[in-house]
Design a protein around this ligand. Structure first.
Ligand SMILES: Cc1cc2nc3c(=O)[nH]c(=O)nc-3n(C[C@H](O)[C@H](O)[C@H](O)COP(=O)(O)OP(=O)(O)OC[C@H]3O[C@@H](n4cnc5c(N)ncnc54)[C@H](O)[C@@H]3O)c2cc1C
Length: 417
């Protein structure tokens, strides 16, 4: 395909957040261009990303509104219930069920959210495949493998030079290159953050007994252990462990991992079979001090990397994409300069509070639930039992986790841009 001479927005990073932004901009009539050092095909390989993501129902609405939902839905497992238990997993080594638990049920908010589930579980590689096909179908130009070497943000537009010497310019450049974002660094935006000394161990298993669309989250002393339902009666396990234990699990022979898992699971989901490799992700928290700079906007993990304790990281990035696309498309319709400080400040003002408050909430959850201090265990157990007894509190948490609270962008309401 011939390259369009002047894109409206250059997006560095064709991950799930950057691709969603590109699709939303194209859907709204703008011309985005995606740049990524890795070709899409690499992202789709089974060894590239073993994670599955909990996608909030309002994030899925955005994909539906852009016409991507139908391609993803066959691989999207509805989460009908979430069962949160403090203490021991339901394994044979467990001394018995914890008295402290919390149950969220999609049926309780069905009237408010058009019978949508609490969320969907989707393998990242399926999402990446669906998004890459949609990007191609929308005629969005992708330069991959390619890399930005230098960027200048001053004046009436941003100019970038690629590693192969080509120069491109646009009114706006978006940094969606994940946590290490070079654009963020070049624009002089600092980050705050810290490591947790924990890793997320991820594996996919096949279950013997039906999971019924129930997601289980157990808060164990070393961190949460989640069993998240996938299509074809499989489950994605996300197991938070201290860094050294995580590394040991990655290297453990399949037999050892399986017997450990069987002890954790116990009999309630029947026989468990590990399918595919085990992945280990170091966990840390990182927030950019600003979301925008002259001619630059950050989105996704480039702006905020958080603990996966409640499966919110990608959802935040998808909301960034929905908000940024709406702000830019509306500005273009009014004839404004889409890269101007006034337009970018609308995006920053809309997203700042949500990003920081979700990151702060995940921080509190992580500190509160990744330990075995008796007083804290009692406090969190009592808190969970209290929320479980109050229907209004449960419904609030379900809508909050579903991303359906606050000032929603049009795509998150399921509307066209
Ligand atoms: C164990 C675990 C479980 C998780 N579970 C969930 C969950 O259930 N739900 C949820 O919402 N979130 C979850 N997350 C978080 C989620 O995975 C991330 O927030 C999400 O992948 C970030 O997407 P992104 O597109 O912003 O960044 P990335 O996925 O990091 O993509 C960045 C892209 O930029 C490209 N890139 C890199 N360098 C450059 C460069 N110099 N120039 C241009 N492009 C570049 C990369 O090749 C890549 O394609 C989880 C995270 C972990 C670790």
């Amino acid at each position: 395909m011939a390259r369009s001479p002047s894109p409206d927005v250059i997006i560095a990073g064709a991950g799930m957040a950057g691709s969603t932004l590109a699709l939303a901009l194209a859907h709204g009539g703008l011309t985005p261009l995606l740049i990524d050092p890795q070709p899409f095909e690499v992202q789709l390989e089974p060894t590239f990303d073993g994670r599955s993501s909990a996608i909030a129902f309002s994030s899925f609405r955005a994909w539906d509104a852009m016409g991507v939902g139908d391609a993803l839905r066959p691989y999207a497992q509805r989460i009908e219930q979430i069962l949160v238990t403090d203490g021991h997993a339901a394994g044979a080594s467990s001394p018995g069920p914890s008295p402290f638990f919390l149950r969220f049920d999609a049926a309780e908010i069905a009237d408010r959210v058009r019978s949508e589930p609490l969320g969907y579980m989707l393998e990242n590689r399926r999402t990446r495949a669906g998004l890459s096909q949609a990007v191609a179908a929308a005629g969005i130009e992708v330069l991959a493998p390619s890399r930005i070497e230098t960027a200048e943000f001053e004046g009436a537009g941003a100019r970038v030079r690629l590693a192969d010497g080509r120069e491109l310019s646009a009114p706006l450049v978006v940094g969606a290159e994940g946590r290490a974002s070079p654009l963020r660094r070049w624009a002089g935006i600092n980050t705050i953050g810290w490591g947790y000394g924990q890793s997320g161990v991820v594996a996919t298993v096949k279950l013997e007994k039906p999971h019924g669309g129930v997601a289980h989250e157990y808060f164990l002393p070393n961190g949460p252990f989640a069993i998240l339902p996938l299509t074809e009666n499989r489950a994605s396990l996300v197991w938070t462990e201290r860094t050294e234990a995580g590394e040991a699990l990655r290297k453990a022979p399949p037999g050892a991992l399986l017997s450990l898992l069987r002890r954790r699971f116990g009999p309630f989901l029947g026989k468990v079979e590990v399918v595919g490799p085990t992945f280990v992700y170091p966990l840390s928290m990182q927030l950019a001090e600003r979301l925008v700079a002259p001619r630059l906007a950050l989105l996704g993990d480039a702006a905020h990397g958080i603990h996966p304790i409640a499966g919110q990281g990608l959802n935040l990035g998808l909301k960034d994409a929905a908000v940024l696309s709406q702000v830019l498309v509306d500005a273009a319709r009014l004839g404004e300069d889409i890269g101007s400080a006034a337009v970018l400040e609308r995006y920053a003002a809309w997203r700042r509070f949500d990003n920081v408050s979700v990151a702060a909430a995940m921080e509190v959850f992580t500190r509160l639930f990744s330990n075995d201090v008796p007083a804290l265990r009692l406090a969190r157990g009592v808190g969970m039992a209290a929320v479980n007894r109050i229907g209004a509190a449960r419904r609030f948490f379900m809508q909050e986790a579903g991303g359906a609270v606050g000032d929603l962008p049009r795509l998150f309401r399921g509307e066209a841009l």
